[in-house]
Design a binder for this molecule. Structure first.
Ligand SMILES: [Zn+2]
Length: 197
């Protein structure tokens, strides 16, 4: 049986049986996460169970969402799909959270009433799963926007005149960048050739 999650709850009460909970929330409700997204489309879907370990209450499950971001290669919108497990341990205070051993699941600090809002439960985790560099997975998707072919062709030409196959490997494009740096002309070479006398 799957129960909907109350928007604010006391984990201690929900850990009394092994009920599975689910929640669906519009990403627009996560104000800190919103700063990283193109718009407020998309939603979080999570399913989880509460449990006890010694004196602690834990929650574990999976979260799914899709972020709408700006591709840093072609500057067009893209989707990043997330499907990740999570596990948190609830603590009564920041001090208690800081005293947890390194092996502990990530802490979630409860409010003074021993409660947590479901948005606060997931917001840090959602921010954590943002891609470090947002890019279309396949370069073909970037090329479809019409921007990337132009940039890559210009880069290839400035290198050695022999166009290389346009393969969307990150390593390859970094290699290209460092190569072109190495071959960059010294601007003072131009001055040498000027007849100043
Ligand atoms: Zn792209």
């Amino acid at each position: 049986m799957v129960k909907p999650t109350p928007s604010r709850f006391n984990p201690d009460l929900l850990a009394r049986d092994s009920t599975q909970y689910s929640v669906t929330l519009p990403l627009g409700q996560f104000s800190r996460l919103q700063e990283f997204l193109l718009d407020d489309s998309g939603e979080l879907n999570a399913t989880f169970r509460f449990s006890r370990r010694k004196k602690s209450v834990l929650v574990a499950g999976t979260l799914k969402t899709s972020y709408r971001l700006e591709c840093q290669r072609c500057l067009e919108p893209m989707q990043a799909d997330i499907d990740e497990p999570f596990e948190f341990v609830f603590t009564k205070s920041l001090e208690e959270a800081q005293a947890l051993p390194d092996t502990s699941p990530d802490p979630v600090v409860l409010d003074e009433n021993g409660q947590i809002h479901v948005v606060d439960l997931f917001e840090d985790e959602l921010i954590l799963h943002l891609p470090t560099v947002a890019r279309h997975e396949q370069i073909e998707e970037c090329e479809a926007s019409g921007h990337v072919l132009f940039i890559d062709a210009a880069q290839a030409e400035s290198m050695d005149g022999a166009p290389e196959p346009l393969i969307g490997q990150q390593e390859q494009s970094e290699q290209k960048q460092s190569d072109s740096k190495g071959e960059r002309k010294n601007p003072f070479d131009v001055l040498k050739n000027l007849d100043l006398h």
